[in-house]
Design a binder for this molecule. Structure first.
Ligand code: AMP
Ligand code: FE
Ligand code: FE
Ligand code: ZN
Length: 285
């Protein structure tokens, strides 16, 4: 069984439509794929409708969150959520709030870039997102096409980096609230790419222990942004905290270099995830 539990479609900041994404998953030889667009479930129906024979689709989402350390500014973190009820009103309201937050913050970033003479416009960035969830990758593509930077990677290393004067933070969900919202919706919260140091500051083991006590159920261990030492550390921590460990590609289509199925989840760990989710069900094509 080959299982990839973290992918993005064009409904957020990937480039494959949900139908193209499930086709790519099957073509890559996956048996199970989870669709985990940022802050939305809008891709679920199209992905389900297009799910090819032999592939199982796990409905999911990646919630934009923050961890609040006692003595430092908040740390941006991502919470994967699986098998929750999309109609649960509190979680639905929170993801709607986050999408609105993405629009205000995206517009502020693009307006600041434009004010400094970079030939990008908010209307163009919104058009590029196709009416979906706007993220920095859309701004990055606009900067590439305007000739401001050579690549999406260069945009993230330069004008869109979290230390750039153009960067605007989002008012993301307190991750402890996110965990509670996902559990209340019958879902399974899994902490995403917890030691992806290239993205900025990462949380400590104490934070993960606090999250586990608050209802976190899994840690994403095998991820393209984790080195071997960090994977071993997270695997050990997951065992110590009674959490299951997942592996996934965090595929974004052409917006990132990583291919689908680049990292995968052990079937026994996947069974633990399945057993914990009661808000929605996987769909077999
Ligand atoms: P945002 O959520 O709008 O702050 O944007 C963060 C998103 O950009 C995350 O989904 C990352 O996966 C993505 N991202 C981060 N670094 C890169 C990169 N170098 N190339 C493409 N996407 C990236
Ligand atoms: Fe993304
Ligand atoms: Fe993420
Ligand atoms: Zn992701």
């Amino acid at each position: 069984m080959r299982i990839d539990l973290h992918t993005h479609s064009s409904v957020s900041d990937g480039t494959d439509t949900p139908a193209e994404l499930v086709a790519a998953a099957a073509a890559a030889g996956l048996d199970v794929v989870a669709l985990t667009d940022h802050d939305t479930t809008d891709g679920w129906a199209a992905a389900r409708a297009a799910c090819p024979a032999g592939l199982t689709l796990v409905p999911g989402m990646e919630l934009s969150c923050r961890w609040f350390p006692a003595d430092q500014p908040p740390i941006s973190v991502h919470l994967l959520a699986y098998l929750f009820d999309p109609a649960s009103p509190e979680l639905a309201a929170e993801r709607a709030r986050l999408r609105a937050e993405r629009l205000t913050r995206g517009e502020r970033m693009v307006d600041a870039l434009a004010a400094d003479g970079h030939p990008v416009s908010w209307a163009e960035v919104v058009a590029r997102s196709g009416g979906g969830v706007v993220g920095r990758p859309h701004v990055a593509r606009a900067l590439v096409e305007a000739g401001v930077v050579e690549s999406v990677d260069a945009a993230f290393a330069g004008p869109l980096h979290h230390t750039s004067p153009y960067y605007v933070a989002k008012a993301d969900t307190d991750v402890l609230d996110g965990i509670a919202l996902v559990r209340a919706a019958g879902g399974v919260p899994v902490f995403a790419h917890g030691l992806a140091r290239s993205r900025g500051r990462v949380v400590g083991d104490d934070a993960l222990a606090t999250m586990a006590a608050a209802g976190l159920l899994g840690l994403e261990v095998d991820h393209p942004d984790h080195g071997d030492a960090d994977r071993s550390h997270l695997r050990g921590l997951a065992a110590d905290l009674g959490l299951f460990a997942t592996g996934s590609s965090d595929y974004h289509g052409g917006n990132k270099r990583t291919p689908i199925a680049a990292c995968t989840t052990d079937p026994e760990q996947y069974e633990r995830l399945l057993a914990a989710g009661t808000g929605s069900t996987p769909v077999a094509g």
